[in-house]
Design a protein around this ligand. Structure first.
Ligand code: PLP
Length: 431
């Protein structure tokens, strides 16, 4: 056969195949849409029916598989609300990872089940340690006293209810009002006091300590008072050493280049660093520090303030900031135990945190509070310093719902992406 004839035969064959497929498709659609079977196409119908049968068998197999996997987890029953503390997911923050070329991962600590923050771990650890030492008796009137900006109090109040204790919380009166409202709903007694430096006897932590003694020495009050003392107690950093640290190591398979976190008591940063550093000596541990905190200078230059001021004696109030939960002007025991392991510090301004909080909603659907936003700013700055290809872990501490009246009240309305401020512009915000 001449070459040209070959070409014509092949063309006719392909045309035949195409027309057959098109006709079958048309018929198939017709048959499925109006439900009328066509006798002339019985053979093709059988084939279609066979395919459909195979497809539905496949779907059925998949459904059975997923039901079976659910059934395997049938025994996964948590022991009370305390059973919902820890083992939080590690989330890849996609927008920040895409923008920096680093993997920016965040522990979703707001998913802790009792008080919805990393402080659940600490509150449970404090209570368990006191119980082991016989310092608490359920339903005896025993009361836990704590000085807190809110999160630790909320976790303590929830767990106290679950275990038969009372909670009495002293907090500064400039913290977001939704935190004290929530404490009251959890049945805690709340004392909101004016913000004061630690040298003042009525500073919220000093007051809580005093109230615990007053309770124990008052013969008319049932039970005893126990000062939780989150800033100084071993139970705090140990909760992160035995929980948050190992979880991060396990979830990343030990592959991470840096851990970034703010410090309030310092328990998170110290506990995680103490666990991870011996396993990963090249890990960079970085403090994220908000305005008004002395910790940045402490890490960078070894002094809390300029050398005219002595640590812990400063009388003026902390610089005004809308960031809650992190930043402090004294070295607490919980910061001190891990201090040597902190490699660097990054300063974050209020505007940078506000911009980041809005960015996270608009780009990732993640709605968080001020300390989480500070963490994410610092993690992004660090990613830019380290360059692409690194893996950085940080924390999302609590939900934005805890910060509606203060931090989120300062934020521009969340809208679309158009005309929005760029990530670089957020990182450069000065105030
Ligand atoms: C919301 C929030 N994030 C972070 C922290 C800081 O954690 P740490 O006390 O372990 O330094 C706190 C401390 O109270 C907090 O309330």
């Amino acid at each position: 056969m001449p070459d040209q004839a070959h070409f014509y035969v092949l063309g006719a064959f392909l045309l035949g195949v195409t027309l057959t497929v098109a006709w079958e498709n048309r018929h198939w659609r017709h048959e499925t849409l109006n439900g009328t079977p066509n006798k002339a196409w019985g053979k093709s119908r059988k084939r279609r029916a066979h395919i459909r049968q195979k497809e539905s068998q496949g779907l059925l197999d998949k459904a059975i598989e997923s039901v079976e996997s659910l059934e395997e987890e049938k025994d996964d029953i948590r022991e009370g609300i305390e059973g919902c503390i820890g083992n939080t997911p590690l989330i890849k923050i996609k927008s920040l990872s895409d923008a920096t070329g680093c993997e920016i991962l965040a522990k979703a600590e707001f998913l802790n089940g009792a008080g919805n923050s990393p402080k659940d771990r600490v509150a449970l650890s404090i209570i368990q340690m006191a119980e082991e030492r016989g310092l608490l008796i359920p339903h005896s009137g025993d009361t836990i006293y704590e000085g807190t900006v809110g999160s630790t109090g909320i976790s303590l109040a929830a767990i106290c209810q679950a275990r038969g204790y009372k909670a009495h919380i002293c907090m500064p009166n400039d913290m977001a009002v939704e935190k004290s409202d929530l404490l009251l709903k959890l049945g805690a007694e709340v004392e909101r006091v004016r913000p004061a430096p630690i040298v003042d006897q009525d500073q919220f932590v000093n007051l809580a300590s005093r109230r615990a003694i007053e309770h124990t020495t008052n013969a008319n009050k049932p039970g005893r008072g126990l000062f939780a003392d989150q800033f100084e107690t071993e139970a705090n950093w140990r909760a992160h050493y035995s929980g948050t640290g190992p979880e991060i190591y396990g979830q990343t398979g030990g592959h991470l280049d840096a851990f970034v976190s703010g410090a309030g008591t310092g328990g998170t940063l110290s506990g995680v660093a103490l666990y991870l550093k011996p396993k990963l000596p090249n890990l960079k541990v970085v403090l994220a520090d908000p305005p008004g905190s002395g910790l940045y200078n402490r890490v960078k230059f070894g002094v809390m303030f300029n050398n005219k001021e002595k640590e812990g004696t400063r009388r003026r109030h902390q610089v005004d900031t809308i960031i809650e939960g992190i930043g402090i002007n004294r070295v607490t025991h919980n910061f001190d135990v891990g201090r040597e392991l902190i490699d660097d510090a990054i300063r974050v301004t209020d505007d940078q945190a506000i911009g980041m909080a809005k960015w996270l909603v608009e780009n990732d659907g993640i709605f968080v509070g001020s300390s989480s936003a500070v963490n994410c700013v610092a993690a992004t700055k660090l990613a830019k310093q380290l360059g692409p290809g690194h893996r950085i872990v940080t924390l999302l501490c609590d939900s934005g719902a805890r910060h509606l009246s203060k931090f989120w009240a300062s934020t521009e309305p969340v809208g679309g992406a158009e005309g929005d401020i760029s990530l670089d512009a957020i990182l450069e915000s000065r105030s």
